[in-house]
Design a protein around this ligand. Sequence first.
Ligand code: CO8
Length: 303
Amino acid sequence: MPNARAAAPAGWILARSETEDRVTDRAGTTEAAPDETRVRRFVRVDLPAAGPDGPVDGVALVTIDRPDALNALSFAVLEELATAFEGLDANPGCRCIVLTGAGERAFAAGADIRELAEQTPVSLARDGEFDRWDRIDRIGTPLVAAVRGVALGGGCELAMACDMIVAGESAQFGQPEIKLGVMPGAGGTQRLTRAIGKARAMELILTGRSMGAGEAEAAGLVTSVVPNGEAVPAALRLAARVAAMPPLAVRAAKAAVRAADELPLRAGLERERHDFFLLFATHDQAEGMAAFVEKRRPSWKGR
Ligand code: CO8
């Protein structure tokens, strides 16, 4: 099912309103987005996510489930991942997504090298295998990567495609593609450089060295480092805090922060002001400010 939000004008968002739910229903689908019911081989989706203290309202946990291959990102895995994200992005009941890898050893050890070894420039271009990265990039719902073990190559690029990274203390981040005779191909040269600066990114990318969680945090790649075994619970707690915020403002703020990577400052500031003004058309703005004045908790409607 095409994601309705993907068609939203750049710089703004579609309301996750009850009306939109009904539109979905009128299109003949069931209550749940169809992507949530399809059979997946490599990706698990739990909505709501099961947290240590029970279901986490509004939060989905997406797990890359290929631990025998250290969750290597084959094209099939990426297809399932992009499709799962799009299904969740179209579901008003999902307000934040946590992405992790099954097992303790890997978030994802990169592209599937055996599969990649068979490719040619023509096959990569013709089959549009990398278009899935653009689909993931268009997800409007905030994404939190919970990294246990290695996030290497495409795995590091996938973590960086998320909005925040929570890392276990023994997590490792790196772009080792140079050791395979190639270079990062799904955003590593751009996102790592923006996240940690040219000097550090250059050393990591040109030598293939990976960095530990502490170094990644100090460099600004990682939001927080937590004890091993705590990465997913901590990411779910962070996601729950995001999910408790007004959904339209969250989506607008996410999009504006991400635009900071692409826009010159003046254009970014204009965009921010435009979106700020536009949020004054929402129920949640009136509610949030009224609740402050009346000294009560706001009740968000997502419209
Ligand atoms: N692809 C395919 N299989 C993998 C991968 C991978 N990237 N990584 C690990 N595996 C498999 C191994 O082949 C092994 O399988 P088997 O048991 O059948 O032999 C199993 O996972 C366990 O791995 P190891 O035995 O190697 O485990 P170790 O603990 O000894 O080593 C490492 C762990 C250091 C992580 C090691 O597995 C490793 O170096 N992996 C490759 C890391 C790498 O080079 N990643 C970059 C890949 S290239 C890339 O990502 C390009 C991105 C381009 C865009 C993305 C497109 C999707």
